[in-house]
Design a protein around this ligand. Structure first.
Ligand code: ATP
Ligand code: INS
Length: 373
């Protein structure tokens, strides 16, 4: 879609030369997630944004859009032998354990915006340093740390390497209790990341994180997306905002909804959708994530249907949405139709049992991960 001079919502992005047309750089670690309910372990799953994001980018990106993951794990990493989404190798840190979280769920029914779990970081692998990133340009970057591993200088390097950077606020505003690893949030404005916001394209926060991001200030620097659980999401940019409707889901595990949302959203941009239309794809994959424990498996028929819809609805990908200078934020005239078609596709998820995989159903035997991207 050509940039429209009259639209205040369009925004300039840095443009390193020579980036592969649609190659992405995902920065954030894999982790081990232990799910607890009533003091009992009810699941041990592959986690970390690297896993959830890879899963959705693999599933939903246009065929020509490659991506590379920079993630760190210890020798104890339990999923190295698993198929996608852990098949992208991580950098091995022999001296550190793999990052791990305990997620404690309450039995009480949570409201759409209430915290649905208490998170504790049990182990933390090494941070990801600027030198860990490949020294080449990328069309887009996703800064998706879960345990403080994306350092300010690493985000700055991503901004230099990538034409457009999308950031998950959880990578920037999490603080960890020195004694028990309990996760709390700090105000973004007081962090070294704040000065980088104006060079970021999209910042995604959950409704729990939004007060710490300061939406009204942040939206003047970049487009802010607030995800609202089963209520879908809202986009705020300088001069406009939009609400994007959710997709129905029976939630069994909320873990990874935000990661899956962000990857779906990025895939939507790659297909040439406006930000508000791309948010539909975010909501779609967020809903899919909460419907399964751990990293979700997508039914091939559902994915085929989604790709067909995107091929049909997306504008030609030579458009400068993610790989050029401008983003278009407004919903398109086919927004409601796109929602209806995706809702139809979502039903195929339940058409027949999804194929068996090793994902998300327990910790697998440890194998040594290899080098990075
Ligand atoms: N129960 C649900 N029903 C339908 N869609 C959901 C549900 N929960 C989440 N989603 C989708 O996933 C998106 C992200 O969810 P949410 O706002 O809970 O993120 P989050 O708190 O960052 O998730 P997490 O930290 O667990 O990864 C929502 O915007 C919505 O599109
Ligand atoms: O695996 C999950 C997931 O990546 C979530 O997005 C993050 O909030 C959790 O910390 C992590 O344990």
């Amino acid at each position: 879609m050509p940039p429209d001079d009259d639209e205040a919502e369009d925004q300039q992005q840095p443009q390193p030369k020579g980036a592969h047309a649609l190659e992405g750089l995902v920065v954030g670690s894999y982790c081990h997630d232990v799910l607890l309910r009533g003091g009992r372990v009810v699941g041990e799953t592959l986690g970390g944004a690297a896993a959830f994001v890879s899963n959705v980018l693999d599933a939903a990106s246009p065929p020509e859009a490659a991506f590379c993951v920079v993630s760190k794990v210890g020798v104890d990493f339990a999923y190295a032998s698993a198929p996608a989404p852990a098949r992208r190798p991580a950098l091995l840190c022999p001296a550190r354990p793999t990052t791990s979280f305990h997620a404690r769920f309450s039995d009480a029914a949570a409201s759409a915006h209430a915290p649905d779990r208490q998170l504790r970081r049990v182990h933390a692998c090494d941070p990801i340093y600027p030198d860990d990133l490949p020294d080449r340009p990328f069309a887009y970057g996703l800064a998706v740390g879960v345990a403080g591993e994306v350092l300010p200088e690493t985000l700055e390097r991503m901004i230099r390497l990538c034409r457009a950077v999308l950031v998950d606020a959880q990578a920037l505003i999490r603080a960890f209790d020195a004694e028990d690893g309990g996760v709390r949030h700090v105000a973004l404005e007081g962090t070294p990341y704040a000065r980088l916001l104006q060079r970021v394209a999209f910042l995604k926060a959950s409704s729990e994180e939004a007060p710490y991001v300061g939406v009204e200030t942040a939206r003047r620097r970049c487009c802010v997306i607030v995800t609202e659980g089963r209520d879908g999401c809202r986009l705020y940019w300088d001069g406009g905002e939009a609400r994007v409707a959710p997709f129905p889901a029976v939630q069994v595990d909320p873990t990874g909804a935000g990661d899956s949302y962000l990857a779906g959203f990025a895939a939507g941009l790659l297909w040439g959708l406006s930000a508000t239309d791309a948010a539909l794809l975010g909501n779609f994959f967020g809903a899919a994530a909460v419907s399964q424990v751990g990293v979700p498996t997508f039914h091939p028929k559902m994915l085929q249907a989604v790709k067909r819809i995107l091929e049909d609805k997306a504008i030609p990908r030579s458009s400068p949405c993610i790989n050029g200078a401008f983003f278009t934020f407004q919903r398109s005239i086919m927004h409601d139709e796109l929602h209806a078609s995706l809702e139809e596709a979502a039903r195929l998820m339940h058409d027949q049992p999804p194929p068996a995989t090793e994902n998300g159903d327990g910790i697998h035997s440890a194998q040594e991960p290899t080098s990075g991207c």
